[in-house]
Design a protein around this ligand. Structure first.
Ligand code: URA
Length: 222
């Protein structure tokens, strides 16, 4: 990111479809997650727990359908979620977040997506794609813990849109202002849920203060 101007936090706080968690339990778990002393096993568990917390926030606007049931006492009008829910973990770092979502929403489709950038053409290369042929969802959540430059996030949303998904949200743990702005500009029609907004990207493209490499820290590949 050397020489590339980056927006500050205040410049992106006003973006209309960005939702930043204000939950105190989230702030507590985020501090544990960021700490370099946190071992891999705890790190992975925290990513899943944070995934579950953010899933509650990101699903608050889901559509419902009425459903009549019998309680042990009488009949009543309840609800069920209207339509299927998809989760697209961007490999490999998105896997822990997807598991956290699954703890909250059991009945989901997991659409794995492996993306890599061709450094020459800057085009997205899919090295893995398990999106189904039949698409019938009310929403798909693309999940990746770190929104750094925004490249993979933009590519993933492009792929989901090309598949015919009408409603998409992007979910991450930490965003840099640069990536957040790029994703919002490329896809102004999606909601973006984040647990924390950090300061900037360093010259190597890492989010600062961040948490390091989210994939390595989840899977112990240092
Ligand atoms: N990906 C990571 O895992 N960490 C960062 O800080 C940026 C991108």
């Amino acid at each position: 990111m050397q020489g590339i101007p980056q927006p500050g936090r205040t410049e992106v706080l006003q973006l209309p479809r960005v939702h930043i968690s204000r939950h105190p339990v989230m702030a507590h778990k985020m501090t544990l997650l960021r700490n370099k002393e946190t071992p891999t096993s705890q790190f992975y568990r925290l990513v899943k727990e944070i995934g579950s917390l953010i899933a509650y926030e990101a699903t608050a606007g889901l559509a419902l359908r009425e459903k009549t049931i019998e309680t042990p006492l009488e009949q009543m009008q309840g609800y069920k979620l209207a339509g299927g829910i998809g989760i697209t973990p961007i490999l490999r770092a998105g896997l822990g977040l997807a598991e956290g979502f699954r703890e909250v929403l059991h009945d989901v489709q997991i659409w794995h997506l492996g993306l890599r950038r061709d450094e020459r053409t800057l085009q997205a290369l899919e090295y893995y794609n398990r999106l189904p042929h039949k698409v019938d969802l009310q929403i798909c959540y693309a999940v990746d813990p770190m929104l750094a430059t925004g490249g993979s996030a933009i590519d993933a949303v492009n792929i989901l849109k090309a598949k015919g998904i009408k409603r998409i949200s992007f979910v991450c743990i930490i965003a840099a202002p640069y990536g957040l702005l790029k994703l919002s500009e490329a896809h102004p029609d999606i909601d973006i849920y984040i647990a924390a907004l950090d300061e900037r990207l360093n010259d190597q493209g890492y989010i600062v203060p961040g948490l390091g490499d989210a994939g390595d820290r989840q899977f112990g590949t240092f």
